[in-house]
Ligand binder design. Structure first.
Ligand SMILES: C[S@@+](CC[C@H](N)C(=O)[O-])C[C@H]1O[C@@H](n2cnc3c(N)ncnc32)[C@H](O)[C@@H]1O
Length: 344
């Protein structure tokens, strides 16, 4: 069965809450990701359109503004849009409307797209009826990609979000991961001190580093990937562009954090190795256990998340006292966070 795209909008700043909500409504049978654009997330599901619409219409939601069950994800190109609609809809004798929502930088406006496509389909025998169309040709332009949908107006799910707050200036998270660190900072403020040095492994795009930077003296952000430009501007953050395994520093750290997307055992060994070399006695480790699949086999790397956590804690007990195993609000279903302290 072919999968269906979902174009989901949320109030800006609530994208991750919207993702959680949509996953709950569709019982996890959907993959959802954020886009470069605030308030816009994209989903993909194998469920039937009818079932998706029914579940969404019934659900009492907080963070969702609108969901469009969409047809195809294509490169942004107006002639390509026309070809797609020509192939997939017979417009003769029908009342139709073209709606385009454009996001990003382009030479054309949303109205240009609507006019050009409208003209072609009027010539093909359709009647433009903006207020009472039988068929909607819907285009969401998302910079270089566009999502095309052929719908009836009642297939667009509109909800009134129960939240309107946007992130305060400077509070918008750089990544979902940053929200995990914000929760830790809030729940365990005593772990951080203005004289502390932190090594943050798997730091990019820099949410954890940024969140910690105002509470400690220095953060070494270790990752081969780039840090967000807002993070590179922060004076007490230094980007060490390498893998954690290749780290060479001449310092002692008070805290080591590790949110790298590695298999759980690999990541645990990396934390332990970096802690052996750089963490002072009594220093803390904040480590995300991530249950993922082994790339070569596609099989989960442990039977369950709790098995993965057991394997990681067994590794850590050689060097640390385990303080907490947490399910943070922004941990995914496949993650838990361990806080441990290096033994004296
Ligand atoms: C989920 S992201 C981390 C998000 C980050 N904590 C934040 O708040 O923005 C995982 C990162 O782990 C990095 N990574 C994967 N393997 C790594 C390794 N061996 N050493 C260092 N970083 C690694 C990836 O490049 C990626 O940027």
């Amino acid at each position: 069965m072919s999968s269906m795209h979902l174009v989901i909008t949320t109030p800006a700043g609530f994208e991750y809450d919207g993702i959680k909500e949509i996953k709950e409504i569709l019982n996890g049978e959907v993959n959802v990701r954020t886009t470069y654009f605030r308030g816009l997330v994209l989903g993909r599901t194998e469920l039937r359109k009818r079932d998706v619409l029914e579940k969404l219409k019934k659900a009492d939601t907080t963070y969702i503004s609108r969901v469009i069950p969409a047809g195809e994800l294509v490169p942004t190109d107006i002639q390509g849009f026309i070809r797609y609609f020509e192939l997939n809809v017979d417009i003769r004798g029908k009342r139709f409307a073209v709606r385009c929502k454009r996001r990003g930088n382009h030479q054309f406006s949303s109205m240009d797209v609507e006019r050009e496509i409208g003209t072609v389909f009027r010539e093909k025998g359709g009647t433009v009826a903006l207020s009472s169309p039988q068929i909607l040709l819907h285009i969401d332009v998302i910079q270089d990609d566009s999502v095309l949908s052929i719908l009836t107006p009642d297939e667009i799910i509109k909800k009134t979000p129960k939240v309107v707050r946007k992130w305060e200036k400077g509070q918008r998270p750089i990544s979902r991961a940053e929200l995990k660190m914000r929760e830790i900072l809030e729940r365990f403020p005593e772990m951080f001190h203005k004289d502390f040095v932190v090594i943050d492994i798997g730091a990019a795009p820099g949410g954890w580093s940024r969140a910690m930077s105002s509470r400690v003296k220095k953060v070494y952000s270790v990752d081969n990937a780039r840090l967000d430009c807002d993070v590179t501007k922060i004076k007490n953050i230094e980007h060490i562009k390498c893998r954690g395994q290749d780290l060479k520093l001449d310092i002692k750290a008070d805290i080591i954090t590790n949110d790298a997307n590695l298999l759980h055992i690999q990541s645990a060994k990396l934390s332990a190795d970096v802690a052996k070399r750089y963490l002072r006695q009594g220093g803390a480790l904040i480590h995300t256990v991530k249950l993922g699949t082994v790339p070569q086999t596609g099989v989960l790397a442990a039977k369950s998340l709790s098995h993965a956590v057991d394997e990681v804690t067994a590794e850590f007990k050689k060097l640390f006292n385990i303080k907490s195993v947490l399910r943070l609000r922004y941990n995914t279903k496949m993650e838990k966070t361990i806080i441990a302290v290096k033994r004296d």
